[in-house]
Ligand binder design. Sequence first.
Ligand SMILES: [Zn+2]
Ligand SMILES: [Zn+2]
Length: 365
Amino acid sequence: MNNQAATALEHRPPRAGAWMETGRPRQAVLVAPGRLELREFEPPSPGPGAVLIAVKCALSCGTDLKTFRRGHPMFHLPTLFGHEFSGVVVEIGEGVHNFKIGDPIMAAPTAPCGDCFYCNRAQENLCPQVMEQMVLGAYADYLLLPAHVVARNAFKKPASLTFEEAALLEPLSCVLHAQELARAEEFETALILGAGPFGLLHLLALKARGVSQVVVAGRRQNRLRRAGELGADLVIDVDRADLAREMSRLNGGHGPDLVIESTGQVAGWQESLRWVRRGGRVVFFGGCPANTTLEVDTRRMHYDNLSLLAPFHFRPRDVRRAFEVLRDKTLNAGRIISARRRLSELGEVFELLERGAVLKCAVIP
Ligand SMILES: [Zn+2]
Ligand SMILES: [Zn+2]
């Protein structure tokens, strides 16, 4: 690999022609934190049960940004990345009956084995295969979908959905899994901490459930404005407002019934415990950096009867539900995609994400 060429792309928008458009298949490789390369590759032929797709859209995700910044405990560098995608089937392996060449396709990047300790307890999100055999590499012209994903978590894209909307299947599956645990009621007041793409997907899901008051607390003006446009009943800028005072006004002075933590920072986890009402629920949705701990006041936990929930990932039933919600346009979730770039501009995409200038970016080969 050419270190100098790669360094030139760090945190900078690519100059015209920085990545040659040769017409040969390309895939993005994260070589080291902050260092991306777009390399030519030979798309693999799909084995039994697998399919090869031409990627039509890959979406940026908070996980990608974290991996870009500091690597990821689960993915060793250099790594392929990008895991939210949609495309068109271009080649099928032996024994694939649910797809044929030319089918538009949307899929989650993971699927459980269906037969382990966790799968047998309907906790497929904890199946070891889920993270061990995750599909990475959607920032590419072609992507191989392995048999376990094709069999359990892939769908034909309905014509009513754009490829961009279809690529929301994975994040929406995470959100709907969490929402099932959260069990929000219409009469409740919910607080979402964090106005990133996941926070805003939670907002859309809570409003679609009819929750009467949904409050979004976050940092950046553009995101908070977006939260307002997407239906937040109250938006709080945590850098300017007195959060304690705002919370004391909510829900007749009781504080939120439900807090959805969507910052992935320990400080946010700590705040969630502070603001939830007596008898309320906290959903710790955003995963924090490794080796961090949360302090819980045992007195408050017990005597205030708090319920702490920490949903991770999703199960096939959540993916099915996410598919239906997208197909039926229940949330119009495509509204959280705020920018569009070519694959050759991926360096710029991460620069925009670093600055918080975009929510979710559609990357189009
Ligand atoms: Zn994601
Ligand atoms: Zn399993």
